[in-house]
Design a protein around this ligand. Structure first.
Ligand code: IMP
Length: 423
């Protein structure tokens, strides 16, 4: 029994869904600890494809306990849609729980997210437009509404009118749009809350009980290290801590109970939204990666920017998450490329950096320093044994292991559940 955290090691979209699904098989409890419905996991089971944004992937296994922790900001409309989709497809929600102290994404959050992006114009973050940033802003500014506040109608109304006193000032006086009405929001949200209500509880108690019973707990990360509000490419980040530390604050589970931290990394890199990306390929190779890897966002459908693997990034992710192992996904997408490049450092104003710079103007000015590696032409789709990989593919993996100093234990060789090498 080992309690594990899974995090994205790059800018999100590393293929965490598949690795999560794999690791969730042995876990008893699966927990989301941060982010919201800005995330999107695709899990393929047989000929069925599930797109999950909020509910942990463990929901696809009966009997497992699935928890949304307090670190998540919860859009009730999105949650209800996902719950209904799962129920329609015969998935039970009996063992699904949500932290009562998770903050709720309100209509003004979604509105402010869009208005603020419009105001920023060319300097926009490229958010998913789901209201994530404004919801976390209100949480920290101590004017948020938590799920527990919505369970009692009178209390919800009081909290909402207090919140609107402030939010409507912003909407009307700063952004020049119409104020929102408490009654209309209440009417819409009451419907969602009535569906969600029976799943809402103090999830710290459930986690504590699971720990005492020696159950295996799996913390399923969303987004990625470089989108972390502290360790990412600030300000082009999300507004939470998707790194391993977010588990403790986002679930109320202490650090001593964690046994392993797994970082998921693509065999190349992608990014959606704005912000620096040193190894980005704005050329035919980038287009090829996008098409072969189906690199379009699950949540927004936006085409993802694609680039070569970056060693300083993986070293940074290993460091700030305390990664104990890596899962390398989408290796099959690189098949057929004659030459592969790996970024080993950056050149900035005549200097060579070996570590990932945390200041974004510096990062934007960095030129990658590449090493070339041989590619392979063999189709590796569905291979399940490490030894069956072409020598060049093994050399690529071992190069990453050596540079990072942690083993690559899981290797994705195709989109389906079973297309994976476990070492
Ligand atoms: P927000 O999280 O919607 O505020 O967006 C902030 C930044 O994080 C934008 O660049 C988004 O594209 C990015 N982002 C948020 N969630 C994800 C994700 O799950 N995968 C990839 N990028 C994400």
């Amino acid at each position: 029994m080992a309690n594990k955290i899974l995090v994205g090691a790059q800018w999100g979209d590393e293929g965490k869904g598949k690795v999560t699904d794999l690791l969730a098989r042995t876990a008893d409890v699966i927990v989301r600890f941060g982010g919201g419905n800005n995330a999107g996991h695709t899990v393929i089971v047989g000929d069925q494809k599930f797109e999950l944004h909020l509910i942990p992937s463990g929901i696809l296994y009966e009997e497992k306990i699935n928890i949304i922790g307090n670190g998540v900001v919860l859009d009730p409309a999105a949650l209800v849609k996902e719950m209904q989709m799962l129920e329609e497809r015969g998935i039970s929600l009996d063992n699904f729980f949500i932290s009562e102290i998770a903050h709720v994404i309100m209509p003004y959050h979604r509105l402010l997210d869009k208005l603020e992006e419009e105001r920023k114009g060319a300097g926009k973050i490229g958010t998913t437009g789901k209201g994530i940033g404004p919801a976390y802003t209100d949480k920290v500014a101590r004017r948020g509404i938590r799920l527990v506040d919505t369970l009692d109608k009178d209390r919800f109304y009081r909290r909402l009118t207090e919140a609107l006193d402030y939010q409507n000032l912003l909407l009307e006086k700063i952004y020049g749009v119409e104020a929102l009405k408490a009654e209309e929001i209440m009417e819409e949200y009451q419907e969602y809350i009535d569906i969600i209500r029976k799943h809402v509880t103090d999830t710290t108690l459930l986690l504590d009980q699971a720990r005492k019973e020696g159950k295996e707990i799996f913390f399923e990360g969303a987004q990625g290290t470089l989108l972390d509000v502290d360790y990412g490419t600030y300000p082009y980040v999300t507004s939470s801590n998707p790194t391993a530390g977010g588990v403790c604050t986002g679930t109320g589970f202490g650090p001593v109970g964690i046994d392993a931290v797994i970082g998921v990394t693509k065999a190349y890199i992608t990014r959606v939204g704005e912000g620096p990306f040193p190894t980005e390929l704005k050329n035919k190779i980038g287009d090829e990666l996008r098409e072969k890897g189906h690199e379009y966002g699950v949540t927004t459908g936006r085409p993802r920017r694609c680039g070569w693997f970056d060693i300083p990034i993986i070293k940074h992710a290993i460091r700030v998450n305390g990664l104990t192992e890596l899962a390398l996904t989408k290796l099959d997408v690189l098949s057929g490329m004659e030459e592969l490049k790996v970024c080993v450092g950056y050149k900035y104003k005549g200097e060579i950096f070996q570590e990932f710079p945390l200041e974004q103007e510096t990062l934007s000015g960095c030129e990658p320093v590449y090493e070339s590696m041989a590619g392979w032409t063999e189709d590796i789709i569905g291979l399940a044994n490490y030894e069956d990989l072409p020598e060049a593919a093994r050399a690529y993996i071992e190069y990453i292991e050596k540079a990072g100093g942690v083993p690559v234990k899981i290797i994705g060789t195709g989109p389906e559940r079973e297309q994976v090498i476990i070492r």
